[in-house]
Design a protein around this ligand. Structure first.
Ligand code: GLV
Ligand code: MN
Ligand code: MN
Length: 423
């Protein structure tokens, strides 16, 4: 096993090349940020920008001899061949789509860290028995088509690939139509079957929380991911004239939404601040100043590390909303659930060995954000490497991670990949 540092591997990870690639990717979908030094990224999945990013990745992979393939969900793979091509591969990667008001590191770092790690392994002349595949999962963010993690959910068999066919984006395009358009645009890339049985999966990601930076740590060895449930609440009332309709005659969907959210805030109170409840998107119709709202749709994102809490509070949502509203019809739909997961010991152990061998300060920690890795757990030993990000900010253009932290995470990934691919 890998309890020594392979100096040629470590020095083959090129911090400057890695950073330049990240910044080049960030130009695809660049949006203004809080300062000129902090531009953000808006690169929605299955758009021309997403395809441009994927072509760039494929080209960088081709330069070093990696072969690309795509499955029926648009998940993209770059393969480094093993000395035993029939052996189950080690998979590494993350996603290339961003939030609409996203940053330069969420997702894309894990993909480019995989590329840099594999490039370093090849440059160091290290042969791996198992192939290593870099994956970019389709639609992790759920920003254009909700929910997120569609690519990994379908790949792992968690849900059939047709599940989201009729989900629409804000312009009314269905996920199926967008996926078909996308697959047609990538028809020149060889197709591979959906699914697989890798030897292991390792995902690199910025922490998206403040702990590593605050404690001066280099590496987070992720132990598992808290559970999430997403709901859409639809309240239907009646639209009326804002100046003439007495309150008693109204069925005001916005007022009922306020009542519902107040009641949900009580349902989700947690003095320990472990239960996370977010209403992040509200659609009002007809959405004019001088009309009573007829219809409101709002989203709920609920998270907790314990399954029992997530189930009990999530299952109570419909009743709480129904009891809170005055007059509107209520429909609550659950559109995503991922129960809390604990990673098997193998991959965290490989990450821990690599970090220790490189003299890095590492700590085991859970993930508050969800990740594609969650859906790989039933398929193979899985783990994640976190690196610090500034003040823990993420899902925002101000998201920032330092080049040296990203390079350190990439070196740990490279060593862990060799360990797993030869183990
Ligand atoms: C992932 O993007 C999450 O919302 O946790
Ligand atoms: Mn992410
Ligand atoms: Mn994200």
């Amino acid at each position: 096993m890998n309890d020594r540092v392979a100096p040629n591997l470590i020095s083959a990870v090129d911090e400057a090349r890695h950073w330049v690639r990240l910044m080049e990717m960030a130009e695809l979908g660049a949006i203004p940020g809080p300062t000129p030094e902090d531009p953000g990224v808006n690169r929605a999945c299955l758009t021309p920008l997403d395809r441009a990013a994927r072509r760039k990745l494929i080209a960088w992979g081709a330069e070093i001899g990696l072969t690309a393939s795509v499955d029926a969900m648009g998940n993209l793979f770059l393969r480094h061949e093993g000395t035993d091509p029939a052996a189950a591969p080690v998979l590494t990667g993350s996603h290339m789509d961003t939030q609409p008001n996203g940053g330069r590191f969420d997702g894309i770092w894990g993909v480019l860290a995989g590329l840099e790690a594999v490039q370093a392994i090849r440059a160091a002349g290290i042969a791996t028995k198992r192939p290593i595949e870099i994956v970019a999962w389709t639609n992790e963010e759920g920003g254009r088509f909700a929910p997120g993690c569609m690519g990994s959910m379908a790949w792992s068999g968690f849900a059939p690939p047709e599940t989201w066919d009729n989900v629409t984006d804000p312009d009314g395009m269905t996920f199926r139509a967008a996926l078909e358009e996308h697959l047609a645009a990538e028809a020149d890339i060889p197709r591979r079957p959906l699914g697989g049985r890798p030897h292991a999966y390792v995902e690199g990601h910025i922490e998206q929380g403040p702990r590593l930076e605050a404690e001066g740590l280099d590496i987070g060895i992720v132990t598992g991911i808290q559970g999430s449930r997403w709901f859409v609440v639809e309240l239907t009332g009646k639209s009326d004239h804002a100046g003439t309709t007495p309150l008693l005659l109204r069925q005001d969907a916005v007022q009922d939404m306020v009542r519902a959210i107040n009641a949900l805030n009580i349902l989700t109170q947690d003095p320990r601040d472990v239960l996370r409840f977010t209403v992040g998107r509200i659609e009002v119709s007809p959405n004019t100043s001088n009309s009573v709202a007829e219809r409101v749709r709002f989203t709920i994102d609920l998270r907790h590390p314990e399954k029992e809490v997530l189930l009990a509070r999530g299952d109570a949502i419909t009743g709480v909303v129904q009891a809170a509203v005055r007059g509107c019809k209520v429909a609550v739909t659950e559109r995503f659930h991922a129960m809390p997961t604990t990673f098997q010991p193998e991959v965290p152990a490989a990450i821990e060995r690599a970090a220790a061998a490189q003299g890095l300060k590492a700590a085991r920690m859970p993930s508050g954000a969800f990740h594609d890795a969650q859906f790989l757990v039933p398929v193979c030993p899985t783990g994640m490497i976190f690196v610090p990000c500034r003040k823990g900010v993420s899902h925002h253009p101000a998201e920032f991670a330092r080049p040296e932290h990203l390079a350190a995470g990439t070196r740990v990934l490279a060593a862990a990949l060799v360990d797993l691919a030869n183990g």
